[in-house]
Design a protein around this ligand. Structure first.
Ligand SMILES: NC(=O)c1ccc[n+]([C@@H]2O[C@H](COP(=O)([O-])OP(=O)(O)OC[C@H]3O[C@@H](n4cnc5c(N)ncnc54)[C@H](OP(=O)(O)O)[C@@H]3O)[C@@H](O)[C@H]2O)c1
Length: 258
């Protein structure tokens, strides 16, 4: 998939305004999920943003995720249709399996997603929170190419093997919680690089992740100031030494374990 380096994570956003603002300042990838219970809000913000700008619907990637209760083969289609209705879109540009848990059965769930691609409701299929073995099995079970793996990725939680796997198999890694949920300012290597570039630790975290091919990020932001700063952060270039220092951060904190 051709996703921009910085998209918008919307978990916790319950107001359409930042979504519309995001489109007007240049965001072209919106990430939500059934479990965030805000698909209608994201849809409202999308509609307002499209009406207020000359951005075309087809230029925006709208992504959502099927929660673990909705992964039975008979539930996938109706739930995806409901998500599309709530979002006010005819096509879901990217539909993920949120976690390989609950009703997930690769040989049953993924053919149901393939059927939605054949029907034209879904453009691309993604998975989220998968490990290497889950990814291999999903690639095997899907007819459609795997388009993206959305996984936690920030300086406190970095698994290079997942990035390597994506490179080998030609899908995109969508890094979630790229600001470590707002904690990147606690990491010395990030703070040092921010001081050297006269920028913020958040900008450094985004630049660090987006420099890794094929990684894109979806920081969540509510204010116009944060929205703009995060979008601009992908242009920041860290030195090899700064990157290596952040790669080597040893403190490990997974924000969203199972
Ligand atoms: N697939 C999954 O299982 C999964 C799990 C978790 C998250 N996600 C996705 O990933 C997205 C992002 O993750 P996240 O929401 O956990 O955390 P995050 O993006 O790492 O951090 C968001 C926090 O950072 C703040 N922030 C944003 N830009 C900033 C800036 N430039 N300077 C200082 N602070 C800034 C935000 O505050 P303000 O809101 O005040 O701007 C918010 O408190 C989610 O919204 C969701 O779409 C997916």
């Amino acid at each position: 998939m051709d996703l921009p380096p910085v998209g918008l994570g919307t978990m916790g956003i319950d107001d359409p305004e930042p979504i519309g603002t995001a489109l007007s300042v240049g965001y072209r990838h919106l990430d939500t999920a059934r479990i965030y219970d805000n698909e209608a809000v994201v849809g409202e913000g999308l509609a307002a943003g499209l009406a207020a700008t000359d951005v075309r619907r087809e230029d925006v990637t709208v992504a959502t995720k099927l929660w673990i209760d909705d992964l039975g083969p008979d539930d996938v289609g109706p739930t995806a249709r409901e998500s599309a209705d709530l979002l006010g879109v005819e096509t879901l540009d990217l539909l993920y399996v949120h976690r390989p848990r609950g009703a997930y059965d690769p040989e049953a769930t993924l053919p149901a997603l393939d059927a939605l691609v054949d029907d034209g409701l879904v453009r691309n299929v993604g998975v989220s929170n998968f490990e290497l073995a889950d990814l291999d099995r999903a690639i095997e079970a899907l007819d459609a190419p795997l388009a993206a793996h959305q996984t936690e990725l920030h300086p406190l939680f970095y698994k290079p093997a997942l990035i390597e796997h994506a490179r080998e198999h030609g899908y995109t890694v969508v890094a979630y919680s790229p600001l470590a949920g707002g904690r990147v300012g606690e990491i010395d290597a990030v703070v040092d690089a921010a001081a050297a570039h006269d920028t913020t630790p958040e900008a450094v975290a985004i630049a660090w992740a987006t420099a890794k091919e094929p990684v894109v990020t979806i920081p969540k932001a509510s204010s116009e100031r944060h929205l703009r700063a995060n979008l601009a952060a992908a242009d920041l270039e860290l030195s090899p030494a700064e990157t290596a220092a952040i790669d080597a951060v040893e403190r490990e904190e997974e924000l969203f374990p199972e």
